[in-house]
Ligand binder design. Structure first.
Ligand SMILES: [Zn+2]
Ligand SMILES: [Zn+2]
Length: 247
């Protein structure tokens, strides 16, 4: 049986995804999911939502069709200091905060291995994010050893993004293998996300699951294993931004 927690999904609000939240959650219910993190792209994504969108996630219920919705964001890493494109006052009310490197206007564009690695590690150091999305993207040359070591040090999870093996970021597979192997060696937390941009993909975690099993990541290091493991991580991972506890 597969994991019942998907920690990375998008809707039409992204500007380049094709389902509503209601459609996503309908599929989640159909697939027997327990928790879905709604992690829309940060405001700097072209065609994406304004910051008010994230501020107003509070109007959503905690459960839709009986499936828990975590209100989150996939921030854009904007520069080598690790700044992200959402203000602290908004981030502090979110349940789950991811950050990733994307080619967005005014954002961090691929640089040298050192520059890219520095940007990701500095994002972790800010203690604002819970996970780093799709670091296996070959567009950004990254020192995975240093990033995984930093993930352990700052207690940030490393995402294994299911869509990286299918439709997105071609050429990611070898990097993802390397990253997961390092996560096992160093004891980093990992999280799995479908990165769904169409409702039928919500909960699609098969390829990510295969990889974490291949390298023997223990269940207690996988945030998707259970609500208890996930919430314990979110509430004790040293995220200094979050205001209250995720319940
Ligand atoms: Zn992304
Ligand atoms: Zn995404």
């Amino acid at each position: 049986m597969g994991y019942k927690i998907d920690l990375h999904t998008h809707t039409i609000a992204a500007g380049h995804a094709y389902s509503t939240l209601d459609e996503n959650m309908g599929v989640a219910e159909k697939k027997g999911m327990e928790i879905v993190a709604y992690t829309e792209h940060g405001p700097k994504m072209m065609g994406g939502p304004h910051q008010y969108f994230f501020n107003n996630l509070k109007v959503l219920p905690d459960y839709i069709y009986g499936v828990r919705v975590l209100k989150g964001i996939e921030c854009n890493i904007m520069n080598s200091n690790g700044s992200v494109d959402c203000e602290d006052k908004v981030l502090r009310n979110l349940d789950i905060i991811g950050a990733g490197l994307h080619r967005v206007d005014g954002g961090f564009h691929p640089g040298s291995r050192e520059e890219n690695t520095f940007a990701v590690i500095n994002t972790m150091k800010t203690k604002k994010v819970d996970f780093i999305a799709h670091i296996g993207n070959p567009v950004y040359d990254i020192d995975f050893v240093e990033v995984v070591k930093a993930a352990v040090k700052y207690n940030v999870a490393i995402e294994v993004n299911n869509s990286s093996f299918q439709t997105s970021r071609p050429g990611s597979t070898a990097n993802c293998e390397c990253v997961v192997k390092l996560c096992k060696e160093h004891g980093a937390f990992v999280c799995l996300g479908s990165d769904s941009h169409y409702c039928e993909d919500v909960g699609a975690l098969e390829l990510s699951t295969k990889l974490v099993k291949k390298y023997g990541i223990s269940e207690d290091k996988i945030l998707n294993t259970s609500k208890e493991i996930l919430f314990q991580f979110l509430n004790s991972n040293g995220n200094l931004i979050r205001k209250g506890k995720v319940k």
